[in-house]
Each structure stands twice: as structure tokens, then as C-alpha cells.
Design a protein. Structure first.
Length: 87
């Protein structure tokens, strides 16, 4: 396991995304307009995508650089698998 530079920022962003998603859930429960709900869901999706980018960047800069230096081929295969699931 390698130290991650942006852990606190990732946790903060995820907390905001969870709060935002809970607000969208409340919108649905309250019968808010579908268009408004869809717009807010799109915003939550963008938040999650941005968190993924931060984690991916951190992973590349630290874990993958270390894995290449130590010739850990499993780490590269794992990264490729994760990217396939994200994209």
C-alpha cells in the first residue's frame, strides 16, 4: 500500500457527492419535476467523475510509478481493469 496525497480531498468530495445525492433522493420523494431531478443527477455524476480523476491521477503518480520501478506487472493489469470499468 502506498500513501495517497489527496485522500482528505477525495473524502471531502465524496461526502459532498453523498450529500448531493441525498438531496436528489429527497427531490424524488417530494415529487419534484423530472427535469430538475435529471439535472441534479447529472451534477452528481460529474462530481463522481471528478473524484475518479483525482484518484486515478494519484494512483498513476504514486502507485503505478512505484509498480513500474519494482516491475509489478499485476498493478498495471489491475489499473487497466479499473479503467475498463470506469470508461
Amino acid at each position: 500500500m502506498h500513501p495517497h496525497e489527496h485522500t482528505k480531498a477525495v473524502i471531502n468530495r465524496l461526502s459532498r457527492a453523498v450529500g448531493h445525492l441525498n438531496a436528489v433522493k429527497k427531490m424524488v420523494e417530494d415529487g419534484r419535476d423530472c427535469s430538475e431531478v435529471l439535472i441534479q443527477l447529472s451534477a452528481v455524476k460529474a462530481e463522481i467523475n471528478n473524484v475518479s480523476k483525482v484518484i486515478l491521477k494519484d494512483h498513476l503518480e504514486h502507485c503505478i510509478v512505484s509498480a513500474v520501478q519494482e516491475k509489478e506487472e499485476d498493478s498495471l493489469a489491475s489499473l487497466l481493469s479499473a479503467i475498463d470499468k470506469i470508461v
